[in-house]
Write a protein that binds this ligand. Structure first.
Ligand code: ADP
Length: 633
């Protein structure tokens, strides 16, 4: 039986054999059992659904929230000669229809789909005609209300099971506490319990928790002590930029990333970091899902995350290549209090939530009884200024109102640019004063988009740039100019928030917060925060053991490498190593600074230690300014 799978593994992937629990998962789902696979990041979960799907007739549907991962995997399957496609929110309706029809008749083996699309009529209709071998649910913890990353759209997966009742389900996650493991199986209507578990232990990852009253200096110190690619996580969008600038000033290449940046910038920065053009990515937690950079050597947290799940996932992005890597968490004396305050910020009091609802309705000028299905743009900053709310609490209140189902709150939606000519076709051709740049852009616009003389069309400045051979900035400026001189209407892309009234506007005291939306989740959140505080302050328990126990693994070994296990001097060790290397080099006589061998160390740190050694008279300078061992007189 398993030879069939091994042959496929060798033929398409070129790997000799399966790793860890891959084989168990494959055999379980391959023989039609609903299966939950628990594997740490980097455990090799893609193989666990790709190989069995290749061994069977029909198509495998993979539900994943990670669009970047979808695209990467579709490319990589196609490179291996396997037919794969995807459906996500960034695609037009006709693109989606084509993709889905290919899945019915085109001999496709894999369909990746984002959770928001599975509830659509279109998908569900087409699904009835597909021959589905099994359904894979990636990031399966998102289906659980008890998880730290619950996504309501995941609940629609149960509907797919009704439409394709014969297809078994493979749920995969790298983050699940024991109660979430139970809940995933319940929510996905598992026919029987089947969990394949691989330890979440990451032997090459060294966890360090470091108190630091000057976190900036400590961050630099750590990044100078450990070489290689790094991620610094912080909570605040503004701070990502400040920290990146600080690092640049210290001679460390860095860039920043957060959800509020335009998609183009995000992609550019992520790719540049991935290619090692920047050593450090300073980011909020928006960065990382689905990023597969194997050689990240340090993940440093500048703030304490609000759950061990989040911490474990983020820290786990270090060392995917199996080489030694560090997960460092910095904290200062105020951080635990700040963390506790987050409970009230994330779950403000019910009366406050009602007040935000009322103010939001006034702000959007929504009359009592009106509003059903109305969508409005919503400027959170402006709202908070006008109604004197703290942005963090107001934001949380809106998220909770969204969860009650009264409104839908959509954040940071990027709206594509729109354009339409404001003069007729003849007039356009007769226009005399057109520059060469304008000429080229108009030419591409007319060729690429139809109906621009009668209605607005969505356009993509990148496509225009590519096809005109101009750069993005030039295209943007030229469109602005043409809009200014009355040739066309141009509405550039922007990011915005929306509020949709799902129900009519009601009196705020009619708002009820269901227990599972408020009280239960608040309690869960308090518990996670308490665990994080314990992780940071516990001076006895090995960090690796602590995290593993949180995920339900008992009786694990001490890692023997974290700061608890070996004392607080791991990073100090590098300095000691430099000291030894310097003394060794001077044993055979004086060495001039340019001739010093510092190749296995960071240059700045090496220089700093040498400087310190001179200052403390551990070494000296001779009359030719060469370093020497001090003479013993
Ligand atoms: P995950 O999604 O669990 O983080 P991936 O599926 O991306 O992990 O796999 C991680 C890496 O391990 C990839 O580079 C993959 O090609 C490699 N890999 C997976 N399975 C095997 C195997 N059986 N033999 C060798 N390499 C493997």
């Amino acid at each position: 039986m398993s030879n069939k799978y091994k042959d496929i593994l060798r033929r398409y992937w070129g790997y000799e054999d399966f790793r860890g629990i891959q084989k168990d998962i494959i055999e379980s789902i391959g023989s039609g059992h609903d299966t939950l696979g628990l594997m740490p990041t980097g455990g090799g979960k893609s193989i666990t659904f790709q190989v069995p799907a290749m061994a069977q007739e029909g198509i495998c549907i993979i539900i994943t929230p990670l669009i970047a991962l979808m695209k990467d995997q579709v490319h990589s399957l196609r490179r291996r000669g396997i037919k794969a496609t995807c459906v996500n929110s960034g695609m037009t309706r006709s693109e989606i229809v084509t993709a889905l029809e290919n899945c019915i008749l085109g001999g496709y083996k894999f369909l990746y789909i984002s959770p928001e699309r599975i509830g659509t009529q279109l998908f569900q209709t087409k699904l009835r005609h597909m021959h589905v071998n099994f359904i894979t649910v990636d990031e399966a913890h998102c289906i659980s209300q008890w998880g730290y990353d619950f996504r309501p759209s995941y609940l629609d997966i149960a509907e797919i099971r009704r439409i394709a009742p014969d297809a078994p389900v493979l749920a995969l996650t790298a983050s699940a506490t024991p109660e979430v493991v139970e809940d995933i199986q319940l929510q996905l209507n598992f026919r029987e319990t089947k969990v394949c578990r691989m330890s979440f232990e990451r032997k090459n990852l060294i966890y360090i928790v470091r108190p630091a009253d000057d976190k900036l200096r400590e961050m630099v110190h750590i990044l100078q002590s450990v070489q290689g690619s790094a991620i610094v996580y912080t909570r605040n969008r503004q701070q990502t930029q400040e920290l990146a600038e600080y690092l640049i000033n210290e001679g460390i290449t860095a860039t920043n990333y957060h959800a509020g940046l335009p998609q183009v910038k995000k992609d550019e920065r992520q790719q540049a970091w991935q290619r090692n053009q920047y050593r450090v990515m300073v980011a909020t937690n928006a960065f990382g899902m689905g990023i597969d950079k194997p050689d990240v050597r340090v993940v440093l947290h500048f703030e304490i995350p609000d759950s061990p799940e989040a911490y474990f996932q983020e820290a786990g992005r270090a060392g995917r290549d199996g080489e030694t890597a560090y997960a460092v968490l910095l904290y200062d004396s105020r951080d635990c209090t700040k963390l506790l305050r987050r409970v009230g910020e994330t779950y403000p009091e019910p009366d406050y939530i009602r007040k935000v609802y009322q103010d939001m309705c006034c702000y959007l000028e929504m009359a009592m009884g009106d509003g059903t299905n109305v969508t409005r743009e919503f400027d959170l900053q402006d709202f908070c200024r006008r109604f004197r709310h703290f942005p963090v609490q107001a934001h949380s209140a809106l998220l909770l109102l969204d969860k009650t189902g009264i409104i839908q709150f959509t954040e940071d939606e990027e709206i594509t640019s729109r354009l339409m000519f404001s003069i007729g076709r003849d007039e356009l051709y007769q226009l005399r004063e057109r520059t060469e740049v304008q000429e080229r852009i108009i030419h591409v616009l007319l060729r690429r988009y139809v109906g621009l003389f009668s209605e607005f069309a969505y356009i993509d400045e990148h496509v225009l740039a590519q096809e005109t051979g101009l750069d993005y900035g030039t295209v943007y400026m030229a469109l602005k100019e043409m809009a200014h001189s009355g040739i066309l209407h141009y509405i550039p892309r922007k990011r915005t928030n929306y509020i949709t009234f799902v129900t009519r506007r009601i009196e705020s005291d009619e708002i009820t917060l269901p227990r599972e939306v408020y009280v239960d989740r608040r309690k869960q959140y308090e518990r996670r925060i308490a665990s994080m505080i314990q992780y940071v302050t516990d001076k006895d328990k090995c960090h690796s053991q602590f995290l593993l126990a949180y995920f339900g693994e008992r009786d694990t070994d001490k890692c023997g490498r974290c700061d608890i296990c070996i004392g607080d001097n791991i990073l100090q060790k590098t300095e000691d190593e430099i000291r030894e290397a310097v003394l060794r080099q001077l044993q055979n006589g004086p060495v001039a600074a340019p001739d010093m061998d510092y190749t296995s160390f960071n240059r700045n740190q090496f220089a700093k230690v040498v400087h310190e050694m001179v200052r403390h008279e551990e070494i000296a300078l001779d009359q030719d300014q060469r370093f020497v061992l001090p003479s013993i007189s």
